[in-house]
Design a protein around this ligand. Sequence first.
Ligand SMILES: Cc1cc2nc3c(=O)[nH]c(=O)nc-3n(C[C@H](O)[C@H](O)[C@H](O)COP(=O)(O)OP(=O)(O)OC[C@H]3O[C@@H](n4cnc5c(N)ncnc54)[C@H](O)[C@@H]3O)c2cc1C
Length: 379
Amino acid sequence: MDFQFTAEQTALRHEVRRFLDEELGDQPAERDSFSPEFSKKLAKRGWIGIGWPREYGGGGMGPVEQMIFREEFVGADAPVGYHLTAERQVAPSLLLHGSDEQRAEYIPQILNADISFALGLSEPGSGSDLASVATRAVRDGDDYVVNGQKIWTSLAQRADAIWLVTRTNPDAPKHKGISILLLDLKSPGIEVRPLINMADGHGFNEVFFTDVRVPARNRVGEEDRGWYLLVEHLDFERSGIERIVGTRKLFDETVAYVQSLPANHVARRRARLALAQLAIELDLGRLLAYRVAWMQSQGLVPNYEASISKMFGTEWQQRMSRTALAIVGLDGAAARDSSSFARRVQRQYLSSVSATIGGGTSEIQRNIIATRGLGLPRS
Ligand SMILES: Cc1cc2nc3c(=O)[nH]c(=O)nc-3n(C[C@H](O)[C@H](O)[C@H](O)COP(=O)(O)OP(=O)(O)OC[C@H]3O[C@@H](n4cnc5c(N)ncnc54)[C@H](O)[C@@H]3O)c2cc1C
């Protein structure tokens, strides 16, 4: 394993940094992460799907270059929310399992930032145990008719389409009766209801499906075999460097804040060792993510390694946010001015609570590491 980046990869990273400096320099620190305009700018440069094969319109580069892009964009808090899910999860699944028609329809739209996706996996009774999903899809002629409910569906209020996990065979063992459908979120019979999180943000939703008709040609992969796609899909989600670098900016800002305090300030003295520890962990988290990208570049399929990276990155986000909140003290709890550092700390602290739940909880990641990584029995 060699973590030296090539001269071309380093040049690419610098090019992305220059672009981000120009694009984000004047923007407010607290900005909307869902920006079709920003995604379009990346699409025009060919910077969406740079790791996909050229035959599908991608950049023909590899997983390491893709990771460098994500590290820079997410690390700079760039507004990539419009295209990230489609680029990271939907397109790779379509490239592997989609029909020619599906690839012809969706891949160009994703590359051009003309479509955004929400992910309809979790249900009120089905989160960690995803194989128990109950949203029904019943075949009726050339369509499926979908009835049921999803929950915690991020960005369903803004996305164009949804990657939907449905049950097509209720009589088969639960892993063997699942199918994946792609559908337009404006389809008749879909109702999206907001869920407001404790940071007062509208990130996720409940989504209700009542007799929603979906053309059968929108099923990805074989009927009843969706579970196997889903496992891969979750690995795509967990594989990224986004988790660890998602709070890197806050870390840099916290260090700068502490440096700006008077030399004898009590918080300055107290923060030194905690920030040193976090710096070590940040480097470690980046290396864990680099390992995943390196494995992908060698044609290996990261599995428990992705879980280690996801779990470590999200738990680091929480340690980082907690430390920053302790440093700003009561200012953090009271801050209302959206441009203030204390306010950003407060919001990051509140939203970091969910980091170890979304994309699979830390307990589930530890189960995967214990069983698939260490060969230990299921409890
Ligand atoms: C910010 C955020 C965004 C999200 N976005 C989406 C989205 O876009 N689309 C989507 O479909 N879902 C989304 N989710 C839902 C997320 O995937 C689920 O919340 C998560 O998988 C946990 O499921 P659950 O909430 O049903 O909890 P449960 O599965 O009920 O778990 C409850 C508790 O029990 C523990 N537990 C469960 N099973 C085990 C076990 N076998 N061993 C040990 N402990 C266990 C869990 O770790 C957890 O602590 C999002 C969640 C969050 C927080």
